[in-house]
Design a protein around this ligand. Structure first.
Ligand code: HEC
Ligand code: HEC
Ligand code: HEC
Length: 440
């Protein structure tokens, strides 16, 4: 994004913000209240399921920290925002928050004291929640064990550090309002639409964002990003081969699909949270998402085609694939009696067929491992083993073999950016000087 353009837009936002400021930026504090009486176990249980479907814990829990006690850094292109402590601790959490204060935060992005919250907190989606669901979420968070944990200061440069500026942002990009059902669709589709749009905020990652971080609703679900991962398109632009169906989406969102495999990166906590959600809710999400791509779309078949070995880079990539990857990935897949949790071939992965190589580089660098003591796919991490040049050769080979589309532009730059600490030059055990070194 050009600096001139950002400055231009900033000036526009500042102007809109200044005009709106007097009326919009000021919100009264909502007086603190004594702890609410405990809600009924049924309401708390409903709130727990909703919290799983809204992934509250995945943002509001720091790595290795107590659940919901906050402190997790959310990196945005404007700086780092820390998710807050939403346990009912009186000094550092939501202790003293009334249902009204909680509702205003969820629906309007205004905290109890009247300050604007940043849209890194997806109130832009939660605004669509029903009153009953907001009340159940409130009952659930207020029934957590209070944890005293002060949220670190955000690391945002001026002017983004000025919360009141969000009044201008909201004026430009935020529409408060409940989800409205589509009377022409069935109840399951509408349930899925409510979950995806309001609670599960799928578009927060799967839709592109503009220069000021607002989702571009006109291109909803055409692909976005999260934590420097690419979030694949779920609309007609999907490159999934074979195309997603309601059945395969249900399996994927519930854990693992033999045709497309499992979720990695920022999608992994989404699928993990579904472990605590009734299957009917996941099936509803799947029906809605399957409908994002127009029915009858021709669809893609997985590709596995011969690669020109005259190209030196592709030839090196082929050697690495044969030596390091084929043992698992050419096994024919789990359904064909191969290695558990492997997909039939890498041509079934948007990681290879999509327009962005970042997910492949992340997966190669970090590997795939199930949570400790859990069953699930395992793949070694190659970040310490392969140099950035080797990963570039390998990625170019996988793309040429398993995707009908052309090479990724900027592949080499992206690999070097995401693997700054990769071993340099020729990899191989330096102690065994006589051992035949692997090709570059
Ligand atoms: C994508 C990450 C993310 C998710 C998911 C998320 N939050 Fe948050 N939440 C944040 C961040 C970041 C803040 C702090 C924003 C700020 O400081 O302006 C926040 C703030 C809040 C606040 C205001 C608290 C305060 O101290 O001011 C409440 C209440 C809240 N979240 C509740 C929830 C609930 C309930 C859910 C699940 C339904 C949820 N959040 C899911 C990131 C998230
Ligand atoms: C020990 C077996 C094993 C080896 C060796 C292995 N993988 Fe994997 N790989 C897996 C498993 C298991 C998965 C997860 C499959 C699933 O989700 O169903 C996977 C997933 C992947 C994915 C998809 C990730 C995603 O999120 O879409 C890619 C791409 C991939 N591997 C590439 C490679 C490459 C390239 C190599 C060689 C450098 C390699 N793998 C070596 C087992 C292996
Ligand atoms: C925090 C960001 C985030 C959220 C929220 C999120 N996704 Fe994802 N999603 C991703 C990323 C990143 C990937 C790529 C994962 C990979 O490569 O393994 C992905 C992959 C997927 C895929 C596989 C697509 C393909 O063709 O390979 C589907 C389907 C999907 N997400 C559906 C959903 C749905 C439905 C929701 C809401 C219930 C959702 N996602 C919420 C980030 C997110």
């Amino acid at each position: 994004m050009r600096l001139g353009r950002i400055t231009g837009i900033l000036v526009a936002v500042a102007a809109a913000g200044a005009a709106a400021f007097a009326v919009l930026a000021w919100h009264p504090a909502i007086a603190p209240v004594a702890a609410p009486p405990p809600a009924s176990p049924d309401v708390i249980r409903a709130g727990e399921t909703l919290a799983a479907l809204g992934y509250c814990a995945s943002c509001h829990t720091a790595e290795g920290g107590r659940p919901y006690a906050g402190g997790r850094p959310i990196k945005t292109s404007f700086g780092t925002i820390y998710a807050t402590n939403i346990t009912p601790d009186a000094r550092t959490g939501l202790g003293g928050w009334s249902l009204d204060a909680f509702t205003r935060a969820m629906r309007q992005g205004i905290d109890r004291e009247g300050r604007h919250l940043y849209p890194a907190f997806p109130y832009t989606h939660y605004t669509g929640l029903t009153d009953g669901d907001v009340a159940a979420l409130y009952a659930f968070v207020m029934s957590r064990m209070p944890v005293e944990a002060r949220t670190p200061e955000n690391d945002l440069p001026f002017p983004f550090s000025v919360r009141a500026l969000m009044a201008g942002w909201n004026l430009l990009f935020f529409r408060e309002g409940r989800f409205t059902a589509d009377p022409n669709r069935d109840a399951i589709w509408n349930r899925g639409a409510y979950l995806a749009e309001a609670l599960s905020h799928c578009g927060a990652c799967h839709s592109p964002r503009n220069a000021l971080g607002a989702e571009v609703t006109a291109r909803a679900y055409s692909g976005g990003e999260a934590d420097d991962w690419w979030s694949p398109a779920l609309d007609a632009g999907s490159t999934a081969a074979p195309p997603w169906t309601e059945a395969s989406l249900t399996r994927y969102l519930a854990g693992w699909d033999p045709e497309h495999g499992g979720a990695g990166g920022p999608m992994a906590p989404v699928v993990a949270a579904h472990g605590r959600v009734p299957r009917a809710e996941i099936a509803a999400l799947a029906r809605y998402v399957a409908g994002l791509a127009p029915p009858g779309q021709a669809g893609r078949a997985p590709v596995d085609r011969p690669v020109r070995v005259e190209d030196a880079s592709l030839a090196r990539g082929a050697t690495i694939y044969a030596g390091a990857c084929a043992v698992c990935h050419d096994s024919g897949g789990w359904a064909a009696g191969g290695v558990p949790y492997t997909a039939p071939s890498l041509g079934h992965r948007t990681t290879i067929t999509g327009p962005d190589p970042r997910n492949l580089i992340h997966v190669l660098r970090e590997g795939i491992a199930p949570a400790s003591h859990a069953r699930g796919p395992y793949m070694p991490a190659y970040g310490e083993m392969l140099s950035a040049d080797q990963v570039t050769d390998l990625a170019a080979y996988l793309r040429a073999r398993f995707s009908p589309d052309g090479p990724w532009p900027d592949l080499r730059e992206t690999v070097h950016r995401l693997m700054p600490d990769a071993p340099v030059g020729r990899a191989g055990p330096s102690t065994t000087a006589s051992a035949k070194e692997p090709p570059r």
